[in-house]
Design a protein around this ligand. Structure first.
Ligand code: NDP
Ligand code: OXD
Length: 309
């Protein structure tokens, strides 16, 4: 039994140490040193090269180092019969909440306007308003969205959330499905997108969606790049429908140096930096699934491939 590791974004030494702290007899094979590929029955990966997993004859389960598995599902060679498990981890949810709260407070306390004013040497006060007067909507109330909604609500913002199925969350007004989308959006002075990329959510952040929001609202997008129609964003910013946007995810990453969003005065670009799973806590989650696989127990966070998340 051996676990293949592949990621060019995560800290391999931290993860190796954390995984071995959890399972001391773990046979870890770090790509490209796979040894005898027939030994490998599990893979822990982030953006593996297409075909890598299909080439492992005895693979039994695939564990993702990330929460979003859209890129993996887009690989036509991904073995269709194997369970694919997402990353569910307190540090992933915690970092995402910090990111969204940071951006929300930046807009709420007019820091984006003060940055512009400083560039002009302009001394002008924008009076603060109470957090309770800001309505923030979170699209996606899964592992991340729920935590973010609770964090924003705990800070005093008026929080609403939208998901596919109905939810009951303390301190959060909830909406579900296409029927309630318009009512949800109408009360979003700030919209946070934390949806997985699926056929239903591709291009969901478009002109129709912005039109349903109040004038002068804000967008925080940390889901996936292909959910945003960039031309519609630029037009919404031009018309004043949106006051400003912070975007963490892009259809092509890294965002090319000549991309106009880098220089848009009302757009803040972050380099897919909102969140990631810390090795220590993430390894505990993966180790739980490894033990489950060894015992033949049901795995945690198995992706529903039909649904796409
Ligand atoms: P989950 O699967 O736990 O939650 C997904 C949520 O989205 C659920 O509430 C689900 O509804 C809702 N949803 C899915 N499809 C629709 C739809 N068509 N209409 C309405 N709601 C829908 O995912 P996570 O919270 O763990 O992660 C969310 C996404 O965040 C990831 O897929 C990834 O793309 C992104 N991400 C970004 C990171 C970054 O650094 N920028 C880091 C980590 C993740 P329901 O509850 O009814 O199923
Ligand atoms: C993830 C991500 O999906 O980092 O975990 O985007």
């Amino acid at each position: 039994m051996a676990l293949l590791w592949y990621s060019t974004d995560d800290d391999v030494s931290a993860w190796s140490a954390a995984l071995r702290d959890e399972i001391d007899d773990l046979d870890l094979r770090i790509w490209p040193d796979l040894g005898d590929e027939r030994d490998i029955d599990m893979a822990l990966v982030w953006l593996p090269p297409p075909g890598l997993l299909a080439g492992l004859p005895n693979l039994e389960a695939i564990f993702s180092l990330g929460a979003g598995i859209d890129a993996m599902l887009a690989d036509p060679t991904l073995p269709a019969h194997l369970p694919l498990c997402r990353m569910v981890d307190p540090s992933l949810a915690g970092y995402m909440s910090e990111y969204v709260l940071t951006v929300a407070l930046t807009y709420h306390r007019h820091m984006h306007l003060y940055a512009e004013q400083q560039a002009r040497g302009e001394w002008r006060l924008h009076l603060p308003v109470p957090a309770a007067s800001r309505r923030i909507g979170v699209m996606g109330l899964g592992e991340l969205g729920r935590h973010v909604a609770a964090t924003l609500s705990g800070h005093g913002f008026r929080v609403r959330g939208w998901s596919r199925s109905g939810k009951r969350l303390e301190g959060v007004e909830t909406f579900a499905g296409d029927d309630e989308r318009g009512a949800f959006l109408a009360g979003c002075d700030m919209l946070v997108c934390l949806l997985p990329l699926t056929a239903e959510t591709e291009n969901i952040l478009d002109a129709d969606l912005f039109a349903a929001m109040p004038d002068g609202s804000f967008l925080v997008h940390a889901g996936r790049g292909r959910q945003l129609v960039e031309a519609d964003l630029v037009e919404a910013l031009r018309s004043g429908k949106l006051a400003a946007a912070t975007i963490d995810v892009f259809p092509i990453e890294p965002l090319p140096a000549d991309h106009p969003l880098w220089r848009h005065p009302r757009v803040t670009v972050t380099p897919h930096a909102a969140s990631y799973a810390q090795a220590a806590s993430g390894a505990a989650f993966v180790a739980d699934n490894i033990r489950r696989l060894r015992r033949g127990d049901p795995l945690l966070a198995v992706v529903d491939r039909e649904r796409g998340y």
